[in-house]
Design a protein around this ligand. Structure first.
Ligand SMILES: [Zn+2]
Length: 441
């Protein structure tokens, strides 16, 4: 890790005891989880957060944005729930000097919990067992959001006149529905900063890179006939099965070191994960009448890329490879239309960038481990797309992804986060904000 050449901060975070205790932290998170803020229904949660933040003395700007006011980008072109009545909230501690600004980002929406009978507890009640809190959004991303809220309140308490640079927290709608769109509303409002921290579950470690990705839609067209004479029809499901097998083969082929332009140290940051470019089908639809050969099948899913991958080149490669494998397997009989319905940019901030260096200093300052020990653990990627690519791609904002909890629990039954991890991340994020804002611009 490169040595910091800039001035050391003049103040660090005060004793840990000044954060609200575990019970208070759990109650705040329980209040947030009780709002069923499934994409499209974020407004009641956001209005609650605005009132809460104003009571804490934070500056709050709550606003709605229409699609017409946003620049033309992949996220505005993608199919998404309308933005009407889906407010964005930006909380701020105004800076009092010439230091660098920092902006935290959390999405206010969660995925639904339709499989609630698989949960041990009601997903919207947030049951606490010891240190662990269960509920939809506990780790994705209301737990990480609570870490940032506690950090801001602590900073406001410790620095009533403000830090040398602005500290912001933007709470954006729609990440689970359409990556990037919510953050774009805040960009269009004029919010920017010298660094961004995207709040997502990262096992409590700052991550300096995240995935780009594409959402694909495959449409298979056959010819329906009664099953008793099925040899006279054309089974769209048979074509879909060949395509699913081809996707598995493509995922394996895209694993090879020569499978793309990205074979450098960035690949190493993703080496902890079994798939370099995962292809995941998450929805299959087809069939109308019982007893009939299926005429139409649609498969949708995500094709996830490395941050440096050329997205248009990979769109073409995905299309060409799938079509040629499918035609070879079906003796030229399969008919498959391929659309890309969403795309998002990944990000990577160099590990020797001052933001990364400062983040590790903040973590090590509050840890029993030395900075050197932590540096040996190295930088690992966040194995998902998220809001990190938006500002990084538009304005080159150095960006980290960071938060308590794990992707292993996100979106699943019995999603949880540990309250001690939420509070630990709060202290570390406050420490990062203090150190970063004390660096001269
Ligand atoms: Zn998330």
């Amino acid at each position: 890790m490169a040595a910091m050449t800039m001035d050391a901060p003049t103040a660090g975070i005060s004793a840990a005891g000044t954060l609200p205790d575990a019970d208070c932290t759990a109650r705040l998170l329980q209040d947030l989880i009780a709002f069923k803020s499934v994409s499209g229904g974020e407004a009641p949660l956001v209005h609650y957060l605005q009132r809460w933040a104003e009571e804490q003395g934070l500056i709050a700007d709550c606003f709605e944005t229409s699609e017409a006011a946003l620049p033309d980008m992949p996220c505005t072109r993608a199919k998404h729930l309308p933005l009407a009545d889906r407010p964005t909230l930006v909380l701020r501690i105004a800076g009092c000097g010439n230091g660098r600004s920092i902006l935290f980002n959390a999405h206010s929406d969660v995925v639904d919990a339709p499989e609630f009978q698989q949960w041990r507890h009601d997903p919207w009640t947030a049951v606490r067992q010891g240190d662990r809190l269960y509920g939809r959004g506990a780790c994705d991303t209301k737990g990480p959001l609570v870490s940032a809220l506690l950090a801001l309140v602590e900073l406001k308490r410790q620095f009533p006149q403000g830090l040398p640079g602005d500290v912001l927290l933007e709470i954006v709608p729609g990440e689970e529905d359409c990556v990037g769109l919510g953050t774009l509303t805040s960009v269009a409002r004029g919010y920017k900063a010298d660094a961004a921290v995207i709040l997502e579950p990262t096992e409590g470690r700052p991550r300096c890179s995240s995935r780009a990705g594409l959402r694909f839609q495959l449409m298979f067209t056959g010819r329906a006939v009664h099953g008793t004479v099925k040899w006279l029809g054309h089974d769209a499901l048979a074509d879909a099965r060949l395509a699913l097998a081809a996707l598995d083969d493509m995922q394996a082929a895209f694993q090879a070191p020569d499978s793309g332009e990205c074979a450098g140290p960035l690949t190493g940051q993703f080496a902890a994960y079994p798939f370099l470019r995962p292809i995941t089908v998450d929805r299959i639809q087809g069939g109308t009448w019982q007893g009939m050969v299926i005429e139409q099948v649609t498969c949708e899913g995500y094709f996830e890329l490395l941050p440096d991958d050329d997205i248009s080149r990979w769109k073409k490669r995905f299309t060409d490879e799938l079509q040629s494998r499918l035609q070879a397997a079906s003796a030229g009989k399969a008919r498959c239309g391929i659309n890309f319905t969403e795309e998002y940019t990944g990000h990577h901030t160099r590990p020797d960038h001052p933001l990364c260096v400062t983040a590790w200093q903040a973590v090590s300052a509050l840890s029993k481990k030395s900075g050197e020990d932590l540096a040996k653990e190295g930088w690992c990627a966040f194995n998902s797309g998220c809001e990190a690519g938006l500002r990084w791609g538009l304005t080159g904002t150095p960006t980290l992804v960071w938060g308590p909890g794990s992707l292993a629990q996100a979106h699943g039954a019995d999603e949880y986060v540990d309250i001690s991890d939420v509070r630990k991340a709060a202290r570390e994020m406050a420490e990062l904000a203090i150190r970063w804002t004390h660096l001269p611009r």
